[in-house]
Write a protein that binds this ligand. Structure first.
Ligand code: C5P
Length: 246
């Protein structure tokens, strides 16, 4: 089942980052998460191992799939890669914004043909990169300025959404046209382990900052009861949406 994204939707959805060692572990977690889990992010680790069949199986169970392949190549190769995904029941797909305007425009056009109900998302600067790492690549902008620059480039090329840190939401939503979808990792429910994430927000904070989708991995994957963790996050989101912070 392929579901179109509602650009105007107000509620913030939880996406499970399904970064696990085996398909059987993935299936155990999905089972334990139950019906509260509506969205699953499949990254390279899982897609390269379990392939399109797994994506189809999850979609046939009613899950919405965010395929996080982070494509980055010459325009023709990126567009042809998207054509190869044409029959997959996915709702979101990532490319790297730093592939450039021509590639992003080709990808946006190809998405409309091959995956008309899915949203193309651009990844800007990876959160593993700091100013020094960028400078070594010859990028003298601060990470924040580079994120804004790449996000503008992507949306001007027709890309529908941006993957960003929740800390970047306020500056990006000012800089970009309305209707852009914001998908944010770096989310930690209050009291949970940060792992290697350094700049985090709680689900309610990120939602109030403008996130449409929250990508959450380890706080759910490592929980004794994933169902309860997701339900707790959804309750936190629902109450924050009813009583916005001033
Ligand atoms: O376990 P955790 O909640 O930190 O997982 C976050 C997910 O979001 C992982 O799949 C990670 O690769 C991804 N991600 C991220 N930061 C980015 C882009 C993607 O953490 N800038």
């Amino acid at each position: 089942m392929m579901l179109a994204l509602m650009q105007t939707q107000k509620s913030t959805e939880v996406i499970l980052a399904l970064d696990v060692e085996s398909r059987s572990r993935a299936e155990t977690i999905i089972q334990a998460a139950g019906e509260n889990l509506k969205w699953i992010k499949i990254g390279l680790q899982t897609y390269l191992r379990d392939g399109p069949t797994f994506v189809c199986d999850l979609a046939s169970e009613g899950k919405n799939i965010f395929l996080d392949l982070k494509l980055h190549d010459i325009p023709n190769t990126m567009a042809k890669a998207i054509e190869s995904l044409a029959n997959l029941p996915i709702s979101m797909l990532t490319v790297h914004a730093s592939a450039g305007s021509e590639a992003l425009a080709r990808c946006s056009d190809t998405m409309r043909e091959a995956l008309p109900e899915a949203t193309l998302l651009a990844v800007t600067v990876l959160t593993s990169m700091n100013a020094e790492n960028l400078n070594r690549l010859g990028v003298m902008n601060t990470p924040e300025d580079q994120v804004t620059r790449l996000a503008k480039l992507a949306t001007e090329a027709g890309v529908g959404g941006i993957v960003c840190s929740p800390k970047e939401l306020s500056s990006l939503s000012d800089a970009l046209p309305s209707g852009v979808t914001f998908v944010t990792p770096g989310i930690r429910p209050a009291g949970s382990d940060l792992g290697d994430q350094k700049r985090v927000m709680t689900p309610a904070e990120a939602s109030q900052a403008g996130a449409n989708y929250l990508v959450i991995g380890r706080p759910i994957l490592e929980a004794e009861n994933p169902y309860e963790v997701i339900a707790g996050i959804q309750e936190e989101l629902a109450s924050s949406q009813q009583s916005p912070l001033s």
